[in-house]
Design a protein around this ligand. Structure first.
Ligand code: UDP
Length: 329
């Protein structure tokens, strides 16, 4: 099978590349390396079934040919991360919406019907207060144009684009609302919590918990996430659907900090940091975020295999190896 992965040099994308190659597919990645990293693709560059184009999805001149070549497309190219959204909302809005529209139009124009998976996000639920977020629930947004929600808005538009192209152009599209995903190769630079906590614990500096730390998240290891994305790509029943993808065990950020500290055998103090201090402006955080996975489980048989503690142990090991290498240079 021919698989196109937009944003394939990113955190989730590069794990998907690995999975798709291991299954015997030919994989084509397009990525502008803005948040993705060339080093994430380094292990595959010499692979005979792998191709990489460094290009922006919004201007890439190979998009039509790639769309017609593909049997399956994973569209992950997007500007992500809370910090990026706060710093450059114009870029986030422009790239995330235009990239998806351009890709879907390229597929339609080619007349070929690859299976398409569009990445949305749990951010699309906005401020919903439900105990678990179900795909049928109402989405809750505040009035006013708070920058923090720009990313969520782009993902909502992407979902509607996907649905419109499914309804009006019969494209076999599935939209996945990805919940918090963690694992090797995730960068802390754009605000993601776990890589930051691991780095801080390994270095013995304060672990910075934003707000009161009582906010909760549900984390899924990326190596499990890509298995689920693969199975969804094979599911006919998932066509035209929006599906939550993640794990549904919930942990508070304070407990996450304590768990990382414990697994690392670290002496780092756990320090509460106000949102203003953390983000440079007042910031309304999502207090609880847990997916309702009923729909996902009705569509696929795979369920996450790695516990959060195992993922943390892997990340600590990788961080220590990296530290050791930079110290010996
Ligand atoms: N967070 C934190 N310390 C950090 C980075 C993030 O306490 O160094 C908090 C953040 O405020 C949020 C949670 O951890 O409540 C998850 O943040 P992340 O950006 O990883 O994901 P999202 O907010 O998109 O779920």
């Amino acid at each position: 099978m021919h698989v196109l992965i937009t944003g394939g040099a990113g955190f989730i994308g590069s794990h998907l590349v690995e999975r798709m190659l291991a299954e015997g597919n030919t994989v084509h990645v397009v990525d502008d390396l803005s948040t993705g990293k060339a080093t994430n693709l380094a292990p595959f560059l010499e692979h005979p079934r792998f191709r990489f184009c460094e290009a922006d999805i919004v201007t890439w001149d190979g998009i039509s040919a790639a769309a017609q070549w593909s049997d399956r497309i994973y569209h992950l190219a997007a500007v992500v991360g809370v910090r990026r959204v706060l710093e450059d909302p114009i870029q986030v809005l422009a790239t995330n919406i235009a990239g998806t529209e351009r890709l879907l139009r390229a597929v339609v124009t080619g007349g070929w019907r690859p299976r398409i998976i569009i990445a949305s996000s749990s951010e699309a639920y906005g401020f919903a207060q439900d105990e678990a977020f179900n795909e049928q629930n109402d989405l809750v947004f505040r009035a006013g144009g708070q920058t923090r929600w720009a990313y969520a808005v782009t993902k909502l538009v992407d979902e509607h684009l996907a649905h419109a192209f499914f309804k009006k152009r019969e494209l076999p599209v599935t939209t996945v609302r990805l919940f918090n995903t963690v694992g090797p190769r995730q960068l802390g630079r754009y605000g993601m919590v776990l890589p930051n906590f691991v780095k801080q614990a390994v270095r013995g500096v304060p672990i910075t918990v934003f707000g009161d730390g009582l906010q909760t998240r549900s984390f899924c290891d990326v190596r499990d996430t890509v298995c689920m994305l693969d199975e969804l790509g094979r599911s006919e029943a998932a066509v035209g659907e929006i599906v939550n993808v993640g794990d549904d065990k919930e942990i508070s950020i304070k407990d996450l900090a304590a768990l990382v500290r414990e697994r690392a055998g670290s002496q780092s103090p756990i320090k509460l940091v106000s949102y203003v201090e953390a983000y440079g402006e007042s910031f309304e955080d999502v207090t609880h975020r847990r997916p309702d996975l009923t729909k996902l489980r009705s569509l696929i048989t795979y369920s996450p295999k790695r516990s959060l503690a195992e993922t943390i142990d892997d990340l600590i090991r990788i961080e220590r190896t990296g530290l050791g290498q930079s110290a010996s240079k």
